[in-house]
Design a protein around this ligand. Structure first.
Ligand code: FES
Ligand code: FES
Length: 155
């Protein structure tokens, strides 16, 4: 069964027709071409698909698009202003937080959600915010440092 829905994605209204079983990550990637969020495990385990849904971080692979008619979505593509990276993206770039193309987008979105609700998170808060974003290749030290730098730059 198909459903007509409207999502506000990165500030722009999108009128979409989605199947009942279609997940938000699929709609973003396949219908809107927003491929920054990755389709990793597709089972809510890895965080590569993280986006903001009405300002809360969610795994887009666990959200049915048909159930979020009228909601606001923010993806990694909505952070930069033109050619200017968001300070959080810049900090990830400058301080080694940017790891591979699979995990980085989700890490940045989870960190972004954290900084929306806490302007001065301590290391434990940052670790908690990133607990759903897995990377088994590297340590998290540079990622945490990047978030700390970004939070300082906002003060
Ligand atoms: S792809 Fe969504 S949590 Fe892994
Ligand atoms: S999953 Fe991205 S660097 Fe490990």
């Amino acid at each position: 069964m198909n459903h007509n829905i409207t999502l506000t994605v990165n500030g722009v209204d999108q009128h979409l027709t989605v199947a009942s079983h279609q997940t938000l990550v699929r709609v973003l990637r396949e219908q809107l071409g927003l491929t920054g969020g990755k389709a990793g495990c597709l089972s809510g385990q890895c965080g590569t698909c993280s986006v903001l849904l009405n300002n809360d971080i969610v795994n887009a692979c666990m959200v049915l698009a048909a159930e979020i008619d009228g909601c606001e979505i923010q993806t990694i593509e909505g952070l930069a202003q033109g050619d200017r990276l968001h300070p959080l993206q810049q900090a990830f770039l400058d301080h080694g937080g940017m790891q591979c193309g699979f995990c980085t987008s989700g890490m940045v979105m989870s960190a972004y959600a954290l900084l929306q609700r806490s302007s001065r998170p301590d290391e434990n808060e940052i670790r908690s915010a990133l607990v759903g974003n897995l990377c088994r290749c590297t340590g998290y030290a540079d990622i945490i440092k990047s978030v700390q730098v970004a939070s300082r730059s906002r003060r």
